[in-house]
Design a protein around this ligand. Sequence first.
Ligand code: PMP
Length: 446
Amino acid sequence: THRGWTYESLSAARQTLISPAVKLSYKKPLWIVRGERQFLYDHNGVEYLDAYNNVCHLGHCHPAVVQAVSKQMAILNTNTRYLHTAIVEYASRITATCPPELSVCIFVNSGSEANELALRLAYAYTRQKDLIVLDSAYHGNTNAVVEMSPYKTDHPDGPRAPSHVHKVVAPDDYRGLYRRDKYAPAELGPLYAKHVEETVRKIEHEGRKVAAFFCEGILGCAGQIVLPPGYLASCYKAVRQSGGVCVADEVQVGFGRAGTHMWVFQTQDVVPDIVTLGKPIGNGFPIGAVITRPEIARALGRLEYFNTFGGNPVACKAGLAVLDAIAAEGFMENARVVGNHLLSSLRALARKHPVIGDVRGMGLFLGVELVLDRHTLEPATALTSRVIDAIQQNDKILLGTDGPFNNVVKIKPPLCFTVADADKVIAAFDSALKQETQNATILAKL
Ligand code: PMP
């Protein structure tokens, strides 16, 4: 049934043929052969509840996207050097979801390419070089954006961050410099934004100005951190006073996942200069997009931006099908309802399990931070990975971890996730924490 492959032969072949840099998840990696809605199926037909894949936004193999892609693939797939309705219709629909200033698109194939192009636009428009990014941020895999991703440059085997990349502290109100137990929510945004203001001043003191500030709507790789109110407004103001452009990286969190708005920057009441999109944009079909102001789009001058696959008719049809489904099937509302249910259930669970230090997020983009001690916040890193593996093996639910200490469980399922699915996650968490904390040393006296 699997063309002669066994789990063992496939694992061995993968190990020799695929670079070790391309990693598998879980202690015992899964062989997944099929996906449907919020479920994945392994080679033995075992069903897994996918609480982790935010790329298949509407659910795995959503029929409308499958149909749109297959149909267009059989008619035409070319580059963008011919007039075609799909690219124009998609541009019209996606810009309609953005503030009116953001009216021009360039389509690419991934979030990395989108940020790479945003960087190019920022350099061309400002003629400056200095960049401001947040601690633990990840913006993609090309050389230029890896170098502005502290998530990678702070890794012992990562590339060194060049001197024009300036890292500021992440506005983490749980374990960061300013915490919610000491400051009111309204104070936290401006306090954290001061670090961006100071960095701008430092760059100017050295005789230069800012090219760009990149920031996600909710910080994914930094551990599912929700920006405090007013944070982006203050940061954007400081960056713009220095002539820099503000880039909203919505690659991970966009398309209604946060539950209340299509784009998370909208929850911060700002209008970015450039928005970058990827991951969920094609429900698994590769597309990425840069949406910007016309004057910034013009900064490339007469130089052509050519991208063989970017904006091809099949990709644009996938994108259109995703936007149609978001509008027709109530996914954003579902993200809000199921997300809030998860948040309150996880908070209830935290009252029972002292190892849960924090529960945070918006919509269906949530984080559960595990700590050995609620006062010192010592990260429960090893425990977190054991919990994830236990839930995968015992309950057949897929989750992942992240954050600077890898002690944050990430919950970011397809948006068709139900309240009943959420309850399964809660029950699985409860039993995995019971099982895994039995042997772990909990230092806190709570
Ligand atoms: N930006 C953010 C915030 C991301 O999370 C990612 C991927 N994890 C990227 C950019 C890069 O996207 P891709 O891997 O699709 O190139």
